[in-house]
Design a protein. Structure first.
Length: 408
């Protein structure tokens, strides 16, 4: 009753609430319930609404939601309490008091008086909220906080017998890998990506078994809302062991066939940088025929380059026919240059003012000149690529590797 004495008007409101709806009663209890600190209630809130009108809206709402969550917890409605505190946390994510309050509510959810069904439901809700919070922090570029919540999501052992939690484990691994990649911890990122692909392969086989058992015509699709982009630095990719790991990872992604179709193009560029023109030619042609539109011109250009270097006249003639059959490719500078139709390397690079186009065309120019034996001129264009392209790009890797071969 000490809290009611501190709020004179509240005692009369409580008397009136006896006949009022349940929602009003919960709100009144919310104002009377103190916040937890280290598992014990606190008397003075750490974060309360201020008089500033710019920042006050979200902070005030978070404070009210926190109090409402504690009131719901006191009434035994833990799932709703957790929902309210998560909403409050999304409004004021850097409030340490909200973090303590959420930890307190989670602790109450673990009490043994709950039924097995309620416990399972609460664990599922908690895991789901961990991933949602991790995704929110990732979208705000708060990568270290996102990693913390991914770790919480992955702490609970899960198996493929529970599809929902199993999928969240997979996407949490990928999300954590993307966070590690963003902060420069490439080895940890690569490890998470490898585990993610392995779990995806296991999930595919499990879902195929279930589909066969139930005679369903459509397999359940995995939850993937983030693209797996392996933006790894040249320092990492220049290590032979890491190149083999990348090659294996791309191969698994291509086999699964439900990943982004860029895997064929990225693996082809990896082969090209390593000097494996035969494997590169196969992947470039695969992307050109079955992949997306974004790299289609590059894939055709590099496929022509590789087959020309390998002196495969029949395949080269087949690829060149696409230039005449598809109007979009008829006047492309890359194809004119590769066919030696009075188009110099200098004209190829200068024809576009877009930096990405210039990098791609300078890489082609350098590789073609090196293939012809004009090493000094080739080195000039490849050096421009290493100076202007990010070291995580495929063009940087190819140019750097070719420069190393030229200098030998």
């Amino acid at each position: 009753m000490t809290n009611l004495k501190k709020l004179p008007a509240l005692s009369s409101l409580f008397a009136a609430s006896i006949k009022a709806p349940a929602f009003i009663f919960v709100l009144l209890v919310a104002l009377a319930v103190p916040s937890p600190a280290n598992g014990e209630p606190e008397t003075v809130p750490k974060t309360a609404p201020t008089e500033e009108k710019t920042k006050d809206v979200s902070v005030s709402r978070a404070y009210i939601l926190k109090k409402l969550g504690l009131a719901l917890l006191k009434c035994g409605r833990t799932s709703e309490a957790l929902e309210k505190i998560d909403l409050a946390f999304s409004l004021d994510p850097y409030n340490s008091d909200l973090q303590q309050t959420r930890a307190y509510i989670l602790k109450q959810c673990e009490k043994p008086n709950a039924t097995p069904i309620e416990t399972k439901r609460r664990e599922t809700e908690i895991d789901s909220n961990n991933y949602k919070l991790a995704k929110e922090f990732y979208d705000k570029n708060a990568y270290k906080q996102a990693i913390e919540y991914c770790n919480k999501e992955l702490e609970t052992p899960k198996t493929s017998k529970n599809p929902k939690t199993f999928r969240r484990s997979r996407v949490a691994l990928k999300l954590r890998g993307l966070c590690y990649l963003a902060i420069g911890e490439e080895e940890k990122a690569m490890t998470d990506f490898e585990h993610y692909v392995d779990l995806s392969a296991l999930s595919r086989s499990t879902e195929a078994t279930k589909q066969s058992a139930t005679k369903s015509s459509v397999a359940e699709q995995p939850i993937d809302d983030l693209p797996l982009k392996l933006q790894l630095s040249y320092k990492f990719k220049s290590v032979l062991q890491n190149q083999l790991r990348l090659e294996k990872l791309y191969s698994k992604m291509i086999e699964l066939n439900d990943f982004h179709e860029e895997a064929s193009f990225e693996r082809a560029m990896l082969y090209l940088g390593k000097g494996d023109l035969n494997s590169a030619a196969c992947d470039f042609e695969r992307y050109f025929l079955y992949g997306g539109f974004y790299h289609r011109l590059d894939a055709l250009s590099w496929s022509i380059f590789c087959n020309k270097a390998l002196k495969r006249e029949a395949k080269l003639k087949e690829l060149l026919n696409y230039r005449y059959r598809l109007r979009y490719f008829a006047t492309k500078p890359e194809l004119l240059f590769l066919q030696n139709e009075n188009f110099t390397a200098e004209e190829l690079v200068a024809v576009s003012t877009d930096e990405k186009d210039q990098i791609a065309r300078a890489t082609i120019a350098g590789m073609v000149l090196a293939q012809k034996g004009n090493l000094e001129e080739a080195a000039k264009y490849l050096q421009k690529v290493t100076e202007s392209a990010p070291d995580t790009s495929a063009e940087y890797f190819v140019a750097k590797k070719e420069l190393e071969r030229i200098k030998k």
